[in-house]
Design a binder for this molecule. Structure first.
Ligand code: C5P
Length: 308
């Protein structure tokens, strides 16, 4: 068994879905996905300190509120570990948030991923990456990716991952409009739109191979052409403020823009930080968004920053 620690600091990244192909619902109520995730350098940083019971504090650099009760994914991750390993150990958890809250960028999943890695070290459990990823997938479909990071193809409900080769760095403007979207509601609207159009969703959705070529070749034009989100129409229908942001970003010169995951954050692919600033200024001056962040991908998965 590895030694237990007094204090461990771990960070895990937020993500964008560069492709999100959605298929039929399985018997657990999850939709089959074929998705390309890219981790970006906005991080959730968790500090876990030994304590008698469990507690949670959050400090945030982004607007919005996070639940502090047992519905919080970090606390659920801690509870899962305690149950699985039959432990009574406690920890004081502190989360520093940089990923937009409830924005479709996997911030809650990053909290769960970082908590699992931190408590595995704090409590000296030695579970290892594979077992932690399996536990993570029980907390949410995006949790295993927050552990792995970089760029990866996700299949099944999104938790079955294969790393994708990328060349160079990609710059994203993340445009955060007001309002929230519930992930289950967006998936439900997707089903209604598919049923209304008489379409049967694929049992095994696929990603456009040209997107993988764009990533490995560092080809921004091809990446722009292949950015795709099957949930976008559903997100547009539930939040009328989103489509104007995508249109305005492209009119302002962005190679492409799309809804990130189930939204409402809009991921705008840009050539460089200068273009990001000018598009952000345009979107803000038209009052289309509440805030804008610049991020780079890809970024590493959950990693230990400090331990003592
Ligand atoms: O996995 P996560 O907890 O983030 O998912 C939230 C909800 O989104 C699920 O309960 C389900 O309603 C929907 N979902 C889905 N298919 C997926 C992922 C999520 O239907 N592959």
């Amino acid at each position: 068994m590895p030694p237990a620690r007094q204090r461990v600091v771990v960070r895990a990244p937020g993500k964008i879905n560069l492709s999100l192909g959605v298929g039929a619902v399985d018997d657990r109520g999850y939709h089959a996905l074929a998705t390309v995730f890219q981790a970006v350098d906005l991080y959730e940083t968790i500090t876990a300190t030994r304590a008698d019971g469990m507690s949670l504090e959050v400090s945030s650099q982004v607007p919005g509120t996070v639940p502090l009760d047992e519905s919080n994914l970090a606390l659920r991750a801690a509870e899962l570990l305690r149950t699985e390993c039959d432990l009574r150990d406690g920890a004081a958890l502190h989360i520093r948030k940089q990923v937009p809250i409830a924005g479709g960028m996997g911030g809650g999943s990053a909290d769960a991923a970082a908590t699992l890695v931190a408590l595995d070290r704090l409590w000296g459990l030695g579970l290892g990456g594979e077992r932690l990823r399996q536990l993570g997938s029980r907390l949410g479909a995006d949790v295993p990716f927050a552990m792995l990071g970089h760029t990866a193809l996700g299949r099944g409900n999104g938790a079955d991952l294969t790393t994708v080769l990328t060349h160079g760095e990609w710059t994203w403007l993340l445009a955060v409009p007001g309002g929230h979207l519930s992930t289950p509601a967006v998936f439900r609207r997707f089903d209604e739109i598919a049923a209304g159009g008489g379409r049967t969703p694929a049992t095994r959705p696929t990603v456009d191979e040209r997107q993988l070529q764009a990533l490995s070749g560092g080809n921004i034009d091809l990446l722009a052409e292949t950015l795709h989100n099957d949930l976008q129409a559903a997100a547009f229908a539930l939040h009328p403020g989103l489509e104007p942001v995508v249109e305005a970003a492209e009119q302002l010169g962005a190679p492409a823009a799309l809804v990130s995951g189930s939204g409402p954050t809009i991921a705008v692919l840009v050539e460089d930080e200068m273009q990001a600033s000018s598009i952000a200024a345009g979107l803000m001056s038209e009052s289309l968004v509440e805030s804008c962040l610049v991020a780079r991908g890809s970024a590493p998965g959950a990693s230990v920053l400090e331990e003592e």
